[in-house]
Design a protein around this ligand. Structure first.
Ligand code: ADP
Ligand code: MG
Length: 244
């Protein structure tokens, strides 16, 4: 039987040590859930802990407390090497700067992503790259591709292990408007086709406007960062004056 939620977060906490040695609570999320196949836009101003939250979900960062379950299995309370393995098996991640390996072709980047997951399947890697419109660029290295094309390689890689969850951290942040909208549509479509849930972080209202469900990290997160500065929750609407 399938787990009812593809992602379930409880009482997730993370603090960082500042350069002065103080601990600052950055993430304190009592509860966050996504249903299987659901697409969620996660909004929050810069510095509100969006990347930290995604990295905790992905097990790139170790939580100080609380739990993350992906596809019914725990990501928390296990060693770093176990988290690395579980990440490859249970989720794809589209990083803001794509994190492609520069010395390898588009096809190799997708195949390398498979090595830590289900194992290399060259046919499926080619199929995915074809699906994102790069069937004619399989042998190109990242540097030989446009930024938009590199982003599409990253999308193909994120789907390579047929996981039920894809995370994306401001994946359109480095693209111009037209390419950003195209990339967003592609990601949503491909996740839908592959029955993968999508958690996409953005602070761009136009990007977020495409999602039926948009959550506000400032509302989910009880930690308001140790800066003492309270960031406005919503993007300021024209004509709205400052509210303390
Ligand atoms: P966002 O992605 O929403 O812009 P981040 O999750 O990157 O926010 O950062 C949230 C807060 O945590 C920021 O105030 C940032 O300065 C702080 N922070 C992030 N990484 C570290 C780190 N490695 N050490 C100390 N503080 C950090
Ligand atoms: Mg960030």
């Amino acid at each position: 039987m399938n787990a009812p939620h593809v992602l379930e977060v409880r009482d997730l906490r993370k603090s960082y040590r500042s350069p002065e040695g103080e601990h600052t609570l950055v993430v304190d999320v009592p509860s966050f859930r996504m249903a299987s196949g659901e697409q969620v836009g996660l909004r929050g101003p810069s510095g509100s802990g969006k990347t930290t939250f995604l990295n905790l979900v992905a097990g790139i960062l170790q939580a100080d407390g609380g739990s993350v379950h992906v596809d019914g299995g725990p990501m928390t309370g296990v060693s770093e090497s176990a988290r690395d393995r579980l990440r490859a098996e249970r989720m794809g991640y589209v990083f803001q700067t794509f994190n492609l390996l520069q010395g390898y072709s588009a096809l190799e980047n997708v195949e390398l992503g498979m090595m830590f997951g289900r194992g290399v399947d060259g046919r499926y890697a080619r199929e995915l790259l074809g699906r994102v419109g790069l069937g004619h660029r399989l042998r190109y290295r990242p540097r030989q591709l446009s930024v938009g094309q590199q982003q599409r390689v990253a999308v193909a890689r994120a789907l390579a292990n047929r996981t039920k969850l894809v995370l994306a951290d401001e994946p359109t942040g480095n693209l111009d408007r037209a390419h950003a909208m195209e990339a967003l549509a592609l990601m949503r479509e491909v996740c839908r086709e592959h029955d993968a849930a999508l958690l996409l972080v953005s602070h761009d209202p136009e990007v977020l406007g495409h999602f039926a469900r948009v959550d506000d990290l400032a509302r989910l997160n009880r930690a308001t960062s140790g800066s003492g500065i309270t960031m406005p929750v919503a993007e300021p609407a024209p004509g709205v004056g400052e509210r303390a």
